[in-house]
Design a protein around this ligand. Structure first.
Ligand code: R5P
Length: 258
């Protein structure tokens, strides 16, 4: 791994080997989803508590202060929407030149294993890795599962994560699942977990984050379970405590309500 690429990655995954990323890229296929209608209003108060932010270039240019000292992981895949026939039909929508112009620290691309456009997403990811290696830009592969959330089992996710690691992704965003250690054991690059749709109880979010870290994830890249909560600052502080201070899920809940 080249110096520039390692340096960019080190801005995201901190010295303790962990990271708290804030996912705010949902609008690229979902439009103005609940609590992200005004991205600036949602994102700004959370910035002091996160190690990285994951937006689209539209949000970066219009809703994020260029003076911040928080690395950006730029969503560069899209071209689909929740209204379309097939969510897996994603391609590169933002070129490497623009990612460099925005001074981002990594680019993120979704792949869809087992879906109609699996081949297109895997080949595009590989091309993005070629460009990432050329310019020193880390690539985050997002193992999206489309509308079929029931696919989130250890067998499927370890297959998806291992394939993108083999294709050269520098780090991976996936989902937590029963038997998550099977996923981390079979994948040789760092894994962060998404939160998925908002859970009913905060305790469940902390439990997922705690178990993911215990079983080998290097952090989280959560969105809805942070900013769709009535107390987003409490959520992010509690998640930080799990990720960076090795606190338990019960301790995190105490932090959340304090
Ligand atoms: C979805 O594809 C987006 O990439 C989100 O960044 C991802 O789902 C993580 O956000 P959440 O924690 O809301 O699932």
């Amino acid at each position: 791994m080249d110096w520039g690429l390692r340096n960019r990655l080190s801005r995201i995954i901190k010295q303790d080997g962990r990271t708290v990323m804030l996912a705010v890229d949902h609008g690229y296929f979902l439009g103005p989803i609940k609590f992200l209608e005004d991205p600036k209003k949602t994102i700004t108060p959370l910035i002091p508590y996160v190690d990285a932010i994951m937006p689209t270039r539209g949000v970066v240019r219009n809703c994020i202060d260029p003076n911040i000292d928080v690395p950006i992981v730029l969503r560069v895949s899209g071209g689909n929407s929740i209204m379309g026939r097939e969510l897996s039909q994603e391609a590169i929508i933002t070129c490497m030149e623009d990612a460099i112009r925005l001074n981002v620290s990594a680019v993120a691309f979704s792949i869809y294993i087992g879906a109609e456009y699996e081949h297109q997403t895997l080949v595009s990811l590989s091309k993005l890795v070629d460009e990432g290696e050329r310019y020193g830009m880390p690539v985050l592969a997002v193992t999206a599962v489309g509308k079929e959330l029931e696919k989130r089992d250890a067998k499927f996710l370890s297959l998806a994560c291992r394939i993108v690691a083999e294709l050269g992704a520098h780090f991976i965003k996936t989902y937590y699942c029963e038997g998550f250690e099977e996923v981390t054991q079979k994948v040789f690059v760092p894994l962060v977990i998404a939160g998925g749709p908002k859970m009913r109880k905060e305790e469940d979010v902390f439990n997922v984050a705690y178990n993911a870290i215990k079983k080998g994830a290097v952090g989280v890249d959560m969105g809805r379970n942070i900013w769709q909560n009535k107390n987003p600052i409490g959520m992010i502080k509690a998640i930080r405590a799990i990720v960076h201070e090795n606190r338990t899920d019960e301790e995190a809940y105490e932090i959340f309500i304090s």
